[in-house]
Every structure is written in C-alpha cells, then in structure tokens.
Design a protein around this ligand. Structure first.
Ligand SMILES: Cc1cc2nc3c(=O)[nH]c(=O)nc-3n(C[C@H](O)[C@H](O)[C@H](O)COP(=O)(O)OP(=O)(O)OC[C@H]3O[C@@H](n4cnc5c(N)ncnc54)[C@H](O)[C@@H]3O)c2cc1C
Length: 355
C-alpha cells in the first residue's frame, strides 16, 4: 500500500521518536493485565521525553507515565492516549560530610539502587528493600515498608511540569508527602519525574522496631544486625509474605491500610479485642486491614476463577492466569462492601486504575 504524504510524515515521525501504536500494556505491568495503549514510547533520556511530550501536546493526546507497572491495574480496553514508559537511567553520588547524596534516573530499578547503596555502606534505603518498580515512582505514593518511608530520605525531585512546560526541582517539603500520598498523587500526571535525589547517611542507625523484623532477628539469634543483614532480613520476610512475581500476576497490596479516629478504633477493639492497632497520634489510629480481611471477612487465600487473594496475605490480589481487569475490580468491590458491612470502614485502593 502506498502511503499518503500525511501518513509518510507520521511514519517518519514515529520512526524518529520510536513511538509505537496499539501496544499491549499487560506485559508492562506486574498484574499482567491491560489492553493496548493507542501510542506508546520508551523514553531513555530527556530528549526522548521532550519529543514524546511535544508530540502529545501538538496532537492533543493525553499522556500517562509508567515505570515498572507494579502499582497499576490497566483497563481491558487499554488507554486511548500516549503511554510513556520511563527508562531514564544514571546514578551520581556526592559526598557531604557524614552524608552522601545519591541522584538516580527515574527509570532505574528501585531495588538495584537499594542494593548498591547498602553495598556502599549507606544507611536509609535498607528497609525499603525488594519493593518492585522504578526510582521515579518512589515519591509518587511515598513508598513505605517496615517502619520506613521514601519521604524520610528524599532530598529533592527533578521534574518536567507539563502544564507550565518547564523543568523544576521540588524540595522534600514541596513534595507534600503523607501516608502513601504526595503532591504528585494529588496532581496526577502533571509532573514527569526525571530523577530523584536521596540523602543517605554514612553513620546511620538501623530501624528494627517492626515486629516482623524483631521476630526474624531473634529467630536468627542476631542482636545487632549490620546494614547487609538488615537488607537480607527484609528480603527474607518479604519473600515469605508476598507472592513471587514470576509465578503470579499482582500489584502487591491492593488496598491502603486504614487510619480511623481513636473513638472508632476503640469501638472496633471492643468488638475484636485480639486486633493489634497502632496509634498514629492521640486522635488517630492505624487499623491493620490485612487482619480485618483475614479474620473478620475471611478473605485470605480465596480463589474464584482467574482471581483471588494471596494465601499468606489477604491484602494482595492475584491474577492466577488469564484474569482481566473486570474480574479484579469485581473481587475488589466485594471486599470493599464486606469490610464496610462488618466494620463500617470505607477502604480505598492503593493500586491505581488506568483507563
Ligand atoms: C509484590 C509487590 C510488593 C509491593 N510492596 C510495596 C511496599 O512494600 N510498599 C509500597 O509502598 N509499595 C509496594 N508495592 C507497590 C509498588 O511496587 C510501588 O508503588 C512502586 O513504587 C511502583 O513503582 P513502578 O515503577 O512500578 O510504578 P508504576 O506502577 O508504573 O506507576 C505508579 C504510579 O507512579 C507514576 N509514575 C511512575 N513513574 C513516574 C515518573 N517517572 N514520573 C511521574 N509519575 C510516575 C505512575 O504514573 C503511576 O501513577 C508493591 C508491589 C508489588 C507488586
């Protein structure tokens, strides 16, 4: 077939910018679910990013940035816009007295960075070991695990503001971090994160207060773990609790933990005295949603058709094979309804739905 001049021009543009069309997205997610992106492009440097951005702007195409796709559920119908797969790499270490500032490209693998910093004897990222995904996504939901959060070590975030069409460096305070929340989450898809700078400590202190870590340490008869042992322990715990991504499709915890008023927490504790809650402050209490899903709602290890919850952790929804997004959403909705019916708590997804 002969190409018209317009198609020739578009084909040339696509070739130059490596923009692909109708790319199936499920292969770019850990859930292994999702239809096609109308346009798709892998961005390896700032020039690629600007080209993709200009192309989308000129053609009035909406954009969505993905990293490792480990916190996403993508609709069966896919996404009628431009999906930018962030793949900007690079790492830079700058020493400042007892601290080292590490700047990493948004497309760098998160756990590889954690591993490297631990190898270098730098404290700060060890409790966030073995979380899937990219560096660029860590500020978005302020990733957290085992008593640490990304916000504790993020110094600044370098972004492209797609509304003002300018580069910016946001300080930690400007990122407005909160529990699984940030300025980026409150302003979705406005800022494309290009790199993140972490401030790590050469003489830091380990945080092993978390119950699971304490148990693992006493099982191994370790009193004062070193940095490498700490990372190994976290990896062991996570491997026991969470599904292997090579075996199952999942995006980890599907729902956020719940923070309720202390009055509500007391009401629940009267009903379920064996539930272990954590006071956030004297007005708010964190409720363990996994415990409620398991002990109150009986959702641990359920399986229906292609979908279910993980046998070791009811918060984790699983694609057992060829599940589609609708099946996951139907199961999630059942869980939302049941938790509300039993406890009066409205739970919210942590995983983002892209449609
Ligand atoms: C088995 C498993 C365990 C997990 N455990 C944890 C855990 O312990 N703690 C935790 O917090 N999370 C956990 N997660 C969730 C997930 O790994 C994190 O949220 C991770 O940071 C997502 O990274 P990603 O690169 O895959 O982001 P994606 O899923 O691709 O994207 C997530 C969000 O970030 C945005 N985003 C990504 N990159 C950029 C960028 N460069 N610029 C702007 N926006 C961007 C996307 O638009 C989207 O809104 C787990 C997931 C799995 C599958």
């Amino acid at each position: 077939m002969e190409l018209t001049p317009v198609h020739q021009h578009l084909a040339q543009t696509f070739q130059q910018m490596k923009i692909q069309e109708h790319v199936i997205l499920k292969d770019y997610t850990t859930f292994k679910i999702g239809g096609p992106a109308r346009f798709f492009c892998i961005v390896k440097n700032e020039d690629d990013l600007i080209e993709a951005f200009n192309f989308s702007k000129k053609n009035k195409i909406k954009m969505f940035v993905i990293g490792g796709g480990s916190n996403l559920l993508i609709a069966d119908a896919g996404y009628d816009g431009m999906v930018i797969k962030m793949d900007i790499s690079g790492k830079k270490y700058i020493e400042e007295g007892d601290f080292v500032k590490v700047t990493a490209g948004a497309g760098e693998n998160w756990d590889k960075l954690v591993e490297e910093t631990v190898e270098k004897g730098l404290y700060g990222l060890e409790n966030l070991s073995n979380i899937p995904g990219t560096v660029g996504a860590t500020p978005v939901q302020n990733i957290g695990a085992y008593g640490s959060e990304a916000k504790d070590v993020i110094e600044s975030v370098y972004v492209l503001d797609i509304i003002k069409d300018e580069y910016k460096t946001l300080t930690n305070v400007e990122c407005d971090f909160d529990y699984r929340d940030s300025f980026f989450k409150k302003n979705p898809q406005r800022y494309i994160i290009i790199s993140v700078t972490f401030k790590l400590n050469k003489k830091g202190k380990l945080n092993f207060n978390y119950k699971d870590i304490q148990e693992a340490l006493s099982a191994k008869k370790i009193k004062n773990p070193n940095l490498k042992q700490m990372r190994e322990i976290i990896i062991d715990i996570r491997n026991r609790k969470l599904p292997n991504l090579k075996t199952y499709g999942t995006a980890g915890s599907f729902f956020k933990n719940v923070i309720v008023s202390s009055i509500k927490a007391k009401e629940l504790l009267d009903k379920y005295p064996e539930m272990i809650v954590h006071a956030v402050n004297n007005k708010k209490t964190k409720i363990p949603l996994a415990w409620i899903l398991d002990h109150v709602c009986g959702f641990r290890g359920v399986k229906k058709g292609n979908v279910g919850t993980y046998q070791n952790q009811a918060l984790v929804l699983i694609n057992y094979g060829n599940a589609n997004a609708k099946e996951i959403i139907d199961l999630a909705q059942k869980m939302v309804d049941k938790v509300y019916e039993e406890t009066g708590i409205e739970i919210e997804p942590e995983v983002e739905y892209l449609e």
